[in-house]
Design a protein around this ligand. Structure first.
Ligand SMILES: [Zn+2]
Length: 331
């Protein structure tokens, strides 16, 4: 199966009302862990690379690692998505590398720090939609800003999405999916207490724009057991807290279909490597500790695929191609 447009994965998830995790990748073991989880739970999957990941992998490695994942898992629908594209140029680059989906985060300026006005956001998002749809590539936009900063992205300030603006934004830009700010935050230190998320924003946007899949960023759960492993073996991550899985499940029921997960994979890998090296001080074969990290990512991602309801949906549909989607956009 070739890489599929993210639009197909999300539209299918809309039909059956389940969520799909979008997992950040930076290296081979992380990708292998994610793919094994998808295969074993029979789940479609979105793998996403941030600008930081493009830089870290010198672009070509991410491109060819994902090509290897496709070859190794012909039965799994996989979409390759650019996470937090900051400009039309970055989106063009991702499309040239074969990404089947891009996010243009027009909620922030090109510096990925300064919030934009509504009109500035519409303008850059519309330009990306015009370009990407010409290739059949899916576009995710964002309205409102999250808390926290991760991979250099974020204003650090929360601005919840205004549902009226969201409806206007979707219509004005022609985007395929919209990331909402409902009070989540990027990174491991999201909250000091159980977060109150603005679930009403999801319901309201969903009721007025029922065909547009909604996206939740900053939705790692930062499970205590993963944080504890890191800390027990020499790490120093003070009280961290994420979004409880039950809140994500509720959000999925209300209309969230793409759930971004980055931090939990990082914590899992770091904990596994720390633990392995602490317990095996004479070991110096990188395959041993990277293998442990790969297994830890596998466990985390597998749990999410089951919790989000993605498991079992791998064979529900025939994969479409960018060319087929391109024709739909042209109508
Ligand atoms: Zn994000």
């Amino acid at each position: 199966m070739p890489l599929v447009p993210m639009k197909q994965i999300l539209d299918e998830a809309m039909k059956e009302n389940y969520g799909v995790g979008a997992f950040n990748v930076n290296n081979m073991e992380q990708l292998q862990g994610i793919m094994s989880a998808a295969k074993d739970t029979a789940s479609p999957v979105i793998v996403q690379a941030s600008r930081g990941a493009l830089k870290y992998t010198n672009m070509y490695y991410i491109k060819h690692m994902v090509a290897a994942a496709v070859e190794d898992n012909p039965e799994v629908p996989i979409s390759l998505h650019l996470d937090h594209g900051n400009s039309l140029e970055t989106c063009k680059l991702a499309i040239s590398l074969g990404f089947t989906s891009v996010m243009i985060d027009g909620s922030l300026k090109e510096d990925s720090k300064t919030p934009t006005t509504f009109d500035e956001n519409v303008e850059v998002t519309r330009a990306v939609v015009d370009y990407a749809h010409g290739f059949g590539v899916t576009v995710e936009g964002e309205l409102g800003t999250l808390g926290g900063i991760e991979d250099g992205v974020g204003s650090g300030k929360v601005k919840l999405t205004d549902p009226d603006e969201a409806v206007k934004f979707i219509k004005a830009t022609g985007i395929d999916a919209l990331a909402l700010a409902i009070g989540t935050s990027h990174g491991a230190y999201k909250f000091k207490a159980r977060p109150e998320l603005a679930m009403n924003i999801i319901s309201e946007v969903r009721s007025r724009v029922p065909d547009t899949p909604l996206v939740m960023h900053g939705s790692s759960s930062v499970p205590k057991d993963l944080v504890d492993i890191v800390n027990r073996y020499g790490g120093a991550i003070p009280d961290a807290m994420g979004v409880p899985i039950e809140s994500i499940q509720e959000a999925i029921k209300l209309g969230i279909k793409k759930i971004n997960v980055d931090t939990d994979g990082r914590l899992a890998m770091t904990g596994a490597i720390r633990k392995f090296l602490a317990e095996n001080p004479s070991e110096f074969d990188p395959r041993s500790y990277f293998g442990a990290a790969r297994q830890a990512v596998y466990e985390v991602v597998k749990g999410k695929m089951i919790a989000f309801g993605t498991a079992g949906h791998m064979g529900d549909y025939k994969p479409t191609t960018l060319d087929e989607i391109k024709k739909l956009y042209a109508i």
